[in-house]
Ligand binder design. Sequence first.
Ligand code: PMP
Length: 317
Amino acid sequence: AKCGPDGNFSKGEVLPFGPIAVSPSAGVLNYGQGLFEGLKAYRKTDGTILLFRPEENASRMITGAERMCMPAPTVEQFVDAVKQTVLANKRWVPPTGKGSLYIRPLLMGSGAVLGLAPAPEYTFIIFVSPVGNYFKEGLSPINLIVEDKFHRASPGGTGGVKTIGNYASVLKAQKIAKGKGYSDVLYLDAVHDKYLEEVSSCNIFVVKDNVISTPAIKGTILPGITRKSIIEVAQSKGFKVEERLVSVDELLNADEVFCTGTAVVVSPVGSITYLGKRVEYGNQGVGVVSQQLYKSLTCLQMGLVEDCMGWTVRLNQ
Ligand code: PMP
């Protein structure tokens, strides 16, 4: 679907996956005026397809669009477009437990601009791809390195929204870390170089004496939908959850550490390396709290337990 700066989107259509044409002077190509989202569709054992909190992704895109001077689809338009795209691709939603259909909505300044300014035209696209389970054999812990040179975001920047440039800026740190055998990079805040922010594409949690803590949302980290969901699931199980500044020292002294995100769901951290020092976490990194939360959330997403949170949206097939 397309629209002008007024945000009045044309009716969308379902097209085969393939290249799209934009002007060489499109806002997205020259000035990074682009946003994306990521969510998943799961298949229940009876064949029903479930979306997980799609209206949350819609709201996050609307917030991000405001920051990036772009019009956005309404929550209703967004969710409807996601539903239609998944329906058109329903044969690609894997069976229960064998993965999910990853859904990637994109909003971009597709109109031509020369001088720095918001584009005069916008395009909203959704594409999908089946993805396997992130972990082939249950939960396998990841090894993170705390970044001491690069930052992902700074106060006043765009770190709090899902704009494309945030991902370009982490490619180098991630490449270096992967080259050294780490799974991913954990970023610290750009002001004190002391407080945890997030991983390249997931949020971070630390557990100490059964209290779960995670960095508060202050504009430099992405408000993850899995993060928000895990906080609510943990609270419903009686855990105390704190959203606040979490220092790197607390991380190194934690009982267990885990990451959350649409791709990884809940991913236990086996080790953290910071300034050449490596800390390993107990139970081969798969802590009891992470394990419990992983199970609760994945069972809910796949429709294996009753959705007492009201988070799953059934597709009318
Ligand atoms: N932080 C960043 C930078 C991300 O790209 C993502 C993935 N969207 C997350 C956190 C986790 O967010 P969510 O749980 O909504 O996938």
